[in-house]
Ligand binder design. Sequence first.
Ligand SMILES: Cc1ncc(COP(=O)(O)O)c(C=O)c1O
Length: 416
Amino acid sequence: MIEKKLPFAKKQIEKIMENFTTPFHLYDEKAIRENAKSLIKSFSWVNNFKEYYAVKACPNPYILKLLKEEGFGADCSSLPELLLAEKAGIKGENIMFTSNDTPAEEYVKALELGAIINLDDITHIDFLEKTAGVPDLISFRYNPGPLRRGNAIIGQPEEAKYGLTKDQLFEAYKTVMNKGVKRFGLHTMIASNELNPDYFVETAKMLFELVIEIYKKFDIRIEFVNLGGGFGIPYKLDQSPLNIQYIADNIKNVYDKIIKANKLHPLKIFMESGRMITGPYGYLVSKVIHIKNTYKKYAGLDACMADLMRPALYGAYHHITILGKENNSLNYTYDVTGSLCENNDKFAINRNLPEIDIGDIAVIHDSGAHGYAMGFNYNGKLRSKELLLKTNGEIELIRRAETVNDYFSTLDFSKL
Ligand SMILES: Cc1ncc(COP(=O)(O)O)c(C=O)c1O
């Protein structure tokens, strides 16, 4: 069983609440930086290891900037994400553009920034050439289909809309080589929130073997493999965090056996993880505004699924701490709800918790990735603010909450 610790005490949160009303996401800078350093250290045996943080996980330029300071790049999948990376000072080959069903203007911007283009389909070679031009360096996203199993969230590779088949991949490298491309990358991402460390070693092995096959068949030397994202985190107390050192060490073993043995060393290794980088270091802080007793007990928060959609979308577990009641016995069973007119606006169902009172502060754990980012405005809900708990203990507002004026900003009432 893991323990879900908080980097702040109740008093500290109450102090923060004097200046910033709930709900808010709070990110722990110190823990994010330590985690980033530790990832880079684990892969220090690689010539040019790079983590391209998946911007979609926490699209806040302050977070991107601090990760940039730790040596990370940005993995972008849309025009706004490219612009965010640019604003955070991330440019050139420090951006990986992994998109799908991509509009032309996104390729144009990605090329303007000098990003690495990671193509999702063979037909996009022509599309890219016609709309933006062909760069010197191109990467392709491989979908191994029946050769690998995926997992619940992303589905089986054969059913996934992403990537090229193996035959298409071979064809694609030949095609771009004939178009003058000189540098080549290879990418895959076939699982999401995966907690089996061997899965990533298998993925690396699959890509290394493909690097050899491509070299032998076409005399094309792949410059980097990108292992994708999908590294899981322990949302539940009975789960264990991935041992990244174990993954890195075992990838080194297969690297030595496959890449070094075939004299294709050095090969760069990239990742584009989001969840594992910031997920555990974000907290959705919310106040209990109603207690309702009908057929069940409900604790109603001032946050709702517009602030954190994962429980409603995937039935995902997010641990909840009622501040100041950490040591009370869990004698009560609640559905912890938000205010949307959707019955699945529940952060927890049948959760054993201490007795909750109106005014209690509920902290929902692991909101640092795919949390705020998935927010939406259905039911006229306004997205919450984001705060950074800085390494020096200060609090910085890194995104204000939405206002009704933001919500109405696309409407012109004067023509009514
Ligand atoms: C292409 C791509 N890369 C990286 C990620 C990040 O995944 P995770 O945050 O689970 O590591 C995603 C997530 O959807 C993705 O689609």
